[in-house]
Design a protein around this ligand. Structure first.
Ligand SMILES: Nc1nc2c(c(=O)[nH]1)N[C@H]1C(S)=C(S)[C@@H](COP(=O)(O)O)O[C@H]1N2
Ligand SMILES: [Mo]
Length: 337
């Protein structure tokens, strides 16, 4: 976010949407594409994997993930009329400062992140705290595909097909007490595998922390993701577990989560600590409230180039007003940016 933006252009080019970037139509997919015996599965369960999208690199999915994948509710939420960002862009243009501040650094460096074994701590104001191996943590949840816009505070955006489950389902499991008012998420701290945490880039007080009000976390759009593009999360996108809150700027969507705490006070978040006048706790996408150093009225939809900047108008709550505006009826969004 400590970046120089190209001068925002006023042009509104209609998006070019190469066919290959769209979801493959389900009717085109046979079991053969999935590399599995289609006859052993119900028809609707075949080929529900990375072959749904063009040019997806195969990963090394853990068995708990591949075991759950056939039962995924595909396209549980989607965007219409907007192209899905190519996998290559979504995985090579990243913000993950633990692996460097350049957009290509996470793809280059995140291979050092060990995602297996992985454990998640649930603590704070809950009836059922605990420390879980990720495969046990995931047991209760059915996976859903959520195709969401992702709008970075730096004024670029993508459309990403996530795989995850609603945070409301997690909260049902762990039973917040009446004192729980916020939920706080913490990224792994491991300087051995995260070069950004050992560099002299001393601005950030690791680990990366984010948070939501409890009613925001309960909103059906708020998910914890374990996959994208029909496969498990690539490390640079926050494997093995990350937050996705599509109506907020991307920095709220904290990656590689190891601790989830229910708390009574508003948590102090990483970007607030760095520059409270630029990055607020709420961070709702809002085209009418500019960042002190640039406009938030428009965004570059990736892929974006010099000759096809692919600029579009930013929408209130990133286009999710119908679902989330009611959370903020009593809040001054100019003060609570
Ligand atoms: N731990 C951690 N989480 C993070 C970040 C980070 O630097 N560290 N960057 C955030 C920002 S600014 C954005 S835009 C999104 C980017 O997610 P993506 O790389 O999957 O597109 O991750 C967010 N989550
Ligand atoms: Mo961002």
């Amino acid at each position: 976010m400590l970046i120089k933006l190209p001068k925002a252009s006023d042009c509104h080019e209609s998006d070019v949407t190469p066919e290959s970037f769209y979801l493959f139509r389900r009717s085109l997919l046979g079991g053969a594409l999935a590399g599995i015996a289609a006859s052993s599965l119900p028809r609707w369960a075949s080929a529900n994997d990375a072959s749904r999208y063009a040019d997806v690199e195969a990963g090394k999915a853990p068995s708990w993930f591949t075991g759950k994948l056939p039962d995924t509710k595909w396209q549980a939420v989607t965007v219409t009329g907007e192209a899905i960002t190519p996998f290559k862009d979504a995985t090579h243009y990243n913000n993950f400062y633990e692996f460097g501040t350049g957009k290509g650094d996470p793809a280059t460096n995140a291979g050092s992140l060990q995602t297996e074994p992985w454990s998640v701590v649930i603590d704070g104001e809950v009836a059922k705290p605990g420390r879980y191996a990720l495969e046990d943590f995931m047991k209760p949840y059915q996976l859903e595909e959520r195709i969401y816009r992702l709008r970075c505070v730096e004024a670029w955006s993508m459309v990403i097909p996530w795989i995850g489950f609603p945070i409301s389902s997690l909260l049902k499991q762990v039973e917040p007490t009446s004192k729980a008012k916020y939920i706080r998420f913490e990224t792994l701290q491991d300087p051995k595998s995260m070069p950004g945490q050992r560099s002299s880039f001393g601005l950030i007080d690791w680990p990366y922390v984010e948070g939501l009000r409890l009613d925001e976390a309960m909103n059906p759009l708020a998910i914890l993701a374990v996959g994208m593009y029909g496969r498990e999360l690539p490390n640079q996108n926050g494997a093995p577990l990350r937050l996705v809150v599509p109506w907020k700027y991307g920095f709220k969507s904290v990656k590689s989560i190891v601790r989830i705490s229910l708390v009574s006070e508003q948590p102090k978040t990483t970007w607030q600590s760095i520059a409270a006048d630029e990055y607020g706790f709420y961070a709702n996408v809002n085209p009418t409230v500019d960042h002190p150093r640039w406009t938030q009225a428009r965004e570059r939809r990736l892929p974006s180039g010099l000759f096809s900047p692919n600029v579009r108008e930013t929408q209130m709550f990133n286009g999710y007003s119908d679902e989330v505006a009611s959370l903020y009826t009593n809040l001054d969004l100019r003060k609570n940016y």
